[in-house]
Structures are given as C-alpha cells and as structure tokens.
Design a protein around this ligand. Structure first.
Ligand SMILES: [Zn+2]
Ligand SMILES: [Zn+2]
Length: 354
C-alpha cells in the first residue's frame, strides 16, 4: 500500500509498504478514506518531535472504514465508518479512569499514531485499543464533517471544556489557525457574552469575520487595549492561547483580568517565562496542554445536530499519491489554505487540487 513516511530530519517520502496486520486482540485495521495534515506533522518533519521514529508512516488525523477487528474488540465492527483518535489510550489505567487519556501509562499511550507507530497518511492504519481509539460516525455525518474529530476538534473541545466558560464571560482566543478555529466553534457552544479572536494574519482574520460575524477580532498589537475596552472587568475572563508564537504566552496573561483562567493549548518551540513578580496579585489560574481526546462521541453528536461544522476549514483536497504537493501547499500556506484533506486511493482518482 502507499504510505507517507518520515525518513529523517527534513524529509518525508511516499513509499510502498506492506498493509498493516492485527498484532493484538484489541487492535483494528482501518482503511483510510480521508486524512489531513497537521502542524504537528511539520514539527516531525523538521525534527522538533524527538520521540518521532524514522521509518514510521506519519498522519494522525483521519477517518475511515473498519476492515478487520481483533477478537477482544467489542464496540466496533467490520464495515463501520469511524473517526480515529490522535491519542492511544487503554481506558483502564489511573489516568484513563480520570479522563486524562493524554497521560495513559500504556507504552503506546498518548500521541503514538503517526509519531511512534505507523499513522494514517496511508491506505490502511492499525489502531491499537480500537474500543477507545475509534468512534462510529453517524450515517448523516460525512467523512469531511468528521475529519477533525479525533485531533484538532477534540483539542478545541477539550480546551473550551477545561476553561470553565460561563455566559457572563468575555473569552479571548489567541490564534485563528485550524486549531484556533476549532477552539472558537467549541467556545461558542457555551454562549459566552463576547468572544474576541486575536490573529496577526489578515487572511485568517477575514475568515473569522466572514464566518463568525458576531465574534470580535483584533491583532496582537492592539489585543491588550482592545480586550480591556471590550470586556466588563478590565480584561478577558477566559483566555485560550492557541497561537504558540514567541510573544503570545505573555499576551495571554496580560490580556486576562484578575482571577481569570488562562488555558494554554499551544505547543511552543521554545521555553516560556512565567514572570511571577509582574503578575503578582493578579491571581491567575493557568491550565496547560495537551488534549485529553476522550470526548469524540459527544463531538460527533454535536456535528450530527448541526452544532459544530468544520467543513469550511477544508480548503483543498488531494489524492494520497499527490500528498507531497499537499504538504508543500500546507507548509508554505499558499492559496489561502487552512486545512488540506487527503483522500484515499479509490475515491481520489481524477480529483485535483480544490
Ligand atoms: Zn495534530
Ligand atoms: Zn490508560
């Protein structure tokens, strides 16, 4: 089968590989019908994910059809259309039982797919702990609607959930990239009084203005004064930092009012400083990433009911055999790209670009 493989720092290649097989009774084999490219894939490509294993198939955002299940799999059967969770988790350890599945103590626990074990930018993928890692997609929900459930939508949903948002709140979201936009949709589920999105890229800002006319927008330069002016208590009640730029951690707490919750979703390239003397007396609560992706069933129900819809984020579609072109477009942010969908071999034939 075709698979996109991490060779070494800076290089992915499309290779022929044997189809994955069941290795454990809790495994499933999924035929990938649609996958996507995530910024984390670019982090692997450029060597900033030391745990990534050369020779693995990359890709951790995907949906597909179950081809085969191990004898111990109970909740999923052959032929089911499913979302695949970015995280592998056993469902039984201390952390899993508390819903902290990102910290599952299984050797493959956490982000393994497409990092430490073969992922889904391929025709088939083996999913360990299939009862936890796969969710059946309702018949009325399309692959494109479900594509981001297991990763960036799970991240946005988790970030909004742990931020304890109320209807009185002014919520500031830093960053309107793909994860920021998923976070925005999930924040809106809580119907806060105001939502402000801060983003420096004019194209991303206009996407927000076009799709979410009730959401306030600002830029990093103006964010502090804008948030003070457009909130009730001298700053945002909740700040969700999804940008991960060099100065956005500082901006996050500076825009927060006293006693606010600051949720850090972003993954930074460098260490950040917490200048406690400067923030003394502000009594902030910080919550930090990464995602506990255990709400996928609920996210799928919200999509089914029309409460979440991330299909507008898919700006381009490529067949798997052209995945290098898809990476090139995504990595260089050309042609207004937000997210790229990569379609499985059979359905993609003849399809080009958009
Ligand atoms: Zn990702
Ligand atoms: Zn576990």
């Amino acid at each position: 089968m075709l698979a996109y493989q991490y060779e070494e720092n800076g290089r992915f290649t499309l290779v022929e590989k044997p189809r994955p097989v069941l290795r454990d009774p809790k495994d499933a084999i999924v035929r990938v019908t649609l996958s996507s490219i995530c910024t984390s894939d670019l982090h692997i490509k450029h060597g900033s994910v030391p745990r990534a294993v050369p020779g693995i198939t990359v890709g951790h955002e995907m949906v597909g059809v179950v081809e085969e299940v191990g004898a111990a799999v109970t909740s999923i059967k052959t032929g089911d259309r499913v979302t695949v969770n970015v995280e592998t988790f056993c469902g039984e350890c201390f952390f899993c039982r508390h819903g902290w599945v990102n910290n599952c103590t299984d050797p493959d626990g956490g982000w393994a797919l497409g990092c430490r074990i073969d992922g889904g930018q391929a025709e088939y993928v083996r999913v360990p702990y299939a009862d936890q890692g796969l969710c059946r997609i309702p018949d009325t929900v399309s692959d494109r609607q479900a594509l981001f459930v297991g990763d960036i939508l799970a991240t946005g949903f988790w970030a909004a959930r742990i931020s304890e948002i109320s209807r009185e709140d002014t919520v500031l979201i830093l960053g309107a990239g793909p994860t920021g936009l998923c976070t925005l949709q999930c924040v809106l589920l809580y119907e806060p009084r105001r939502v402000i999105v801060c983003e420096k890229d004019p194209q991303r800002l206009s996407f927000v203005q076009e799709h979410y006319p009730d959401v306030y927008t600002t830029t990093p330069e103006k964010a502090i004064s804008f948030t003070q002016k457009n909130s009730d208590h001298g700053g945002a009640d909740r700040v969700l930092e999804v940008a991960g730029a060099p100065d956005t951690f500082r901006l996050a707490w500076q825009c927060a009012r006293p006693n606010a919750i600051v949720t850090v979703v972003a993954l930074y390239d460098d260490a950040q400083t917490l200048p406690l003397p400067e923030m003394y007396g502000k009594n902030l609560t910080f919550k930090t990433g990464g995602v506990d992706g255990c709400d996928c069933e609920e996210i799928l129900r919200l999509i089914e009911r029309g409460k979440l819809d991330t299909t507008a984020l898919i700006t381009h579609t490529f067949p798997l055999r052209d995945i290098a072109r898809a990476y090139d477009l995504f990595e260089n942010r050309r042609d207004g790209v937000i997210k790229v969908a990569v379609s499985g071999k059979t359905e993609a034939d003849g399809e080009k670009g958009q």
